[in-house]
Design a protein around this ligand. Structure first.
Ligand code: HEC
Length: 361
């Protein structure tokens, strides 16, 4: 009935099936338990097919039939119970523990995140109040009507903008323009500053108060009375507008002190020095000598010769003025030179000697 050949064939086929079920379910991502189950099913299938081919048992009768039935039932139940116990069990308590383990740290993180966000929100709120307070203060400087008719006003001129910047940065706390501001004469009157300083000079003075000082304010200058914080506060547009506005202030009647450029900073200027003599080589005493950079907006300076006919003039030239020619005049005598220096050299004094000979008068 059942040849050895068929049994071997069924064993081979189910072994292949078992391997396919194991590898296939593994590749498909089934958990380990399922892989085991599939292989068990293949095994059960083999058993069924082997049983189908098995030779029929002889007929049972009487008590034998009862014992056989009971025995079959006991064996089958034993196999089932034993099989079920060796397979992994599902325990709700353990699963719940696992889920809690996974969720707890996440919950903790979420709670921490929530407190952090809440803290940041309060910070944002306090910043908002601060900003509002700042706006209130700013509005005090910019009169409301100006904002109200801004659309019709159109773009304002640079000079008007400069006047606005002057107010905004409260320069009037120490300076006077048109009789307004600085009750306690802390800084110079600026009404004639445009006669002394170019836009570029004013910009430099605002960003670097050590750049020059107002004559008669040496003590205040040394004490650093003028704030040196504007370079961090003002935008380029603001300082340019402000300097443009100040350079238009040219009231010769006003008592604006003359600016004196600080010589210790070589980047600020250039010294012209030399002797003025007559044709016989005698020193020309007390003669006014004038040095003038030959460039647009250049500011000249003068000095008088001493008893030896010696003079020294500090002219105001910047790094970018390298190569500019300078004329030096004393009465009818004239000299000229080209200012040469290394703009990156911030140590060597920039100077040039020019001797002049006065023709006999
Ligand atoms: C806390 C007081 C104070 C404030 C604010 C102040 N300055 Fe001055 N400023 C001075 C004093 C003091 C001097 C004179 C000493 C010096 O030149 O360093 C001076 C000098 C000047 C000079 C040179 C004047 C001259 O005759 O040579 C200019 C230009 C000037 N300030 C512009 C400004 C501008 C623009 C502002 C606003 C952005 C401003 N200052 C704000 C105190 C102040």
């Amino acid at each position: 009935m059942m040849g050895r050949g068929t049994v071997a064939r069924k064993l081979v086929i189910s072994s292949i099936l078992a391997v396919v079920a194991w590898v296939g379910s593994g590749l498909l991502g089934f958990p380990h338990v399922f892989q085991v189950m599939f292989v068990i099913y293949v095994g059960l299938g083999l058993l069924v097919f082997l049983l189908l081919d098995a030779p029929a048992l002889g007929r049972f009768s009487g008590w034998n039939a009862v014992w056989a039935l009971l025995g079959f039932y006991i064996v089958l139940s034993g196999v089932y119970i034993f099989g079920a116990t060796i397979l992994p069990q599902y325990d709700p308590a353990i699963e719940k523990g696992k889920i809690e383990k996974i969720l707890k740290p996440r919950l903790k993180r979420l709670l921490a995140e929530k407190t952090r966000v809440e803290k940041e929100l309060t910070q944002v709120k306090s910043l908002e109040t601060q900003t509002q307070m700042l706006f209130v203060r700013l509005n005090a400087y910019v009169p409301a009507p100006v904002i109200a008719d801004e659309p019709e006003r159109g773009p304002i001129s640079v000079v008007d903008r400069g006047r606005e910047v002057y107010e905004l940065y409260e320069c009037y706390n120490c300076h006077k323009i048109g009789g307004q501001g600085s009750v306690k004469k802390r800084g110079p009157i600026l009404d004639n500053i445009g006669s002394f300083l170019t836009v570029e000079d004013v910009k430099r003075k605002i960003f670097d108060p050590t750049y020059l000082y107002a004559e008669g304010f040496e003590k205040e200058h040394k004490k650093g009375r003028m704030p040196d914080t504007y370079k961090d506060l003002m935008t380029d547009e603001e300082v340019t507008a402000l300097a443009t506005y100040l350079s238009t202030l040219k009231n010769p009647e006003a008592n604006t002190p003359k600016p004196v450029f600080v010589k210790s900073n070589v980047q600020h200027g250039f010294t012209v020095f030399g002797y003025v003599r007559d044709v016989k080589g005698r020193p020309a005493v007390g003669v006014e000598v004038h040095a003038m950079p030959q460039k647009k907006g250049g500011h000249g300076a003068s000095a008088k010769t001493n008893d030896s006919g010696y003079y020294e003039i500090f002219i105001h030239m910047h790094n970018e003025d390298v190569g500019v020619s300078v004329t030096v005049t004393a009465q009818s005598a004239t000299g000229e030179f080209v200012a040469e220096y290394d703009p990156s050299d911030k140590v060597t004094k920039r100077q040039q000697s020019v001797d002049l000979v006065l023709p006999v008068s």
